[in-house]
Design a protein around this ligand. Structure first.
Ligand code: RIB
Length: 303
């Protein structure tokens, strides 16, 4: 089975649950506050491992309690952490996650040690392996990892989040571009398409055509779609009650890439990733909300 290597961020998430997001200048009281493991890279690595993929993570954490705890969480989830580096004198990355009454989130990330990740050792990649990246680490490293992965005939999946103008030159080198609806519009604008008047399927088709890659777009409670060439596959999400959408896209990403790496049929891969993301929104937190494969099986069996 092909391996999944996640090159990305690991954060401690400070979660503040509020009735409504504060307006600029407004102070609101949190109804709940906690901290937990997160970071788009770590969330996706745990999801890929829980989905059954042989998963390795390349990341940078601080020499602090948050970093130690992240290593433990990743390792317990079955992620190979031998290439998780410790950056002395820099705190582990942190995210400040506001969650409102509808389970929606608003996130600010502080890179911390993620900004120190300066090398991605991808020498052990084999043809057919998958490299999964996001944009919470230095962009030069993302670009370098894409070239290294291709030189070893591995596939590259990039969750273009948070969207950054400087990614434009290498968007066409990505095999599978992973975005949510908002990010899809941002990418469309970045590559000179007018996203504003088109619906999401039209935009996804246009982006996939212009970049010559596969586009996977999560649609929240509406599921997800995947466009390759002229083919568009859409999967509805199971109905669930959302308590916290944080990390649901990452859960989708990890399950999607694990399914691709296993060579499973694409409709099954997409359905499984959507179901996993749907379960994640029913639980608070990021990594703590990533479902085990058995939970996803049960959700799919319910139909
Ligand atoms: O995608 C959710 C993640 O974004 C959170 O876990 C937070 O750490 C930020 O990276």
């Amino acid at each position: 089975m092909s391996e999944v290597v996640v090159v990305g961020s690991a954060n401690v998430d400070h979660r503040l649950v509020v009735a409504d997001f504060p307006a600029p200048g407004q102070t609101v009281k949190a109804v709940e506050f906690d901290t937990g493991p997160g970071g788009k890279g770590a969330n996706q690595a745990v999801a890929a491992a829980r989905a059954g993929a042989k998963t390795q993570m390349i990341a940078s954490i601080g020499a602090d309690l948050a970093g130690q705890s992240l290593r433990q969480v990743l390792s317990q989830a079955g992620v190979d952490i031998t290439k998780v580096q410790v950056s002395p004198g820099v705190p582990t990355g942190a995210a400040y996650v506001m969650v409102n009454g509808a389970g929606e989130n608003s996130i600010i990330v502080a890179a911390g040690a993620n900004g120190d990740l300066s090398a991605a050792d991808l020498a052990t990649l084999s043809p057919g392996d998958y490299v999964l990246l996001q944009l919470e680490i230095p962009l030069e490293l993302v670009e370098e990892a894409i070239f290294k992965a291709h030189s070893r005939q591995a596939k590259v999946v990039v969750n273009v989040s948070p969207v950054d103008d400087r990614t434009r030159p290498f968007l066409g080198l990505i095999d599978v571009l992973l975005v949510n609806e908002l990010e899809l519009g941002q990418v469309a604008e970045l590559i000179g398409l007018s996203a504003a008047e088109a619906d999401v399927a039209v935009t996804a088709r246009a982006v996939a055509k212009k970049l010559g890659n596969t586009v996977a777009c999560t649609l929240g409670a509406k599921g997800a779609l995947l466009v390759t060439g002229d083919e568009l596959l859409a999967v509805d999400a199971p109905r669930v009650t959302a308590v916290d959408t944080t990390g649901a896209g990452d859960t989708f990403a990890g399950y999607l890439v694990a399914g691709l790496a296993a060579g499973d049929p694409i409709p099954d891969v997409l359905a499984r990733a959507v179901a996993a993301g749907a379960i994640a929104v029913t639980k608070p937190g990021a990594i703590n909300a990533v479902p085990l494969a058995a939970e996803v099986d049960r959700m799919l069996a319910k139909g």
